[in-house]
Design a protein around this ligand. Sequence first.
Ligand code: ADP
Length: 162
Amino acid sequence: MKIAICPGSFDPVTKGHVDILERSSKLFDKVIAVVLVNPTKTPTFTTEERVDLIKRVTKHIPNLEVDSYTGLVADYAQMKNAHTLIKGLRAVTDFEYEFQQALINKKLNPELETLFMVTNQDYMYLSSTLVRQIAEFGGDIDMFVPEEIKDILKEKMIKEKK
Ligand code: ADP
């Protein structure tokens, strides 16, 4: 079975992520969206919340699994018997960082290939950081996040401000 991993912080999941997950799921037997836990960073949404939000917006993708992991994605892939990492590329600015990551992951796990998927041009400007910033200042996030989670995100951001 061909398994691909889509790793990220997903803090929170956006329409850009969902687009990459939908397209990846058409190319592989199984896709795993994995929330990588970085103990040095304080995310806005907890790991459980991020996993839950991804699950809510990907119910329509039958061959997608959602998981979380604290550790190296190279080890996670090995554990799951996956040989492909899929990374979305928005702009040249993503490339340098992703290129470095891909080379390091290859050193850590030589069996692992990183594939870059070009963003849907509708979402090329979109990042989780941007969604958080807009929501924090009461802006309209409806066009950036899936319908199923927009109210949950707004409530959470309002609570955070209090
Ligand atoms: P962000 O930079 O939005 O915080 P993540 O760390 O959660 O993103 O990203 C997980 C993966 O999804 C990465 O491969 C990232 O490049 C990709 N990605 C995020 N937003 C988009 C988008 N709008 N279009 C394409 N790929 C994206």
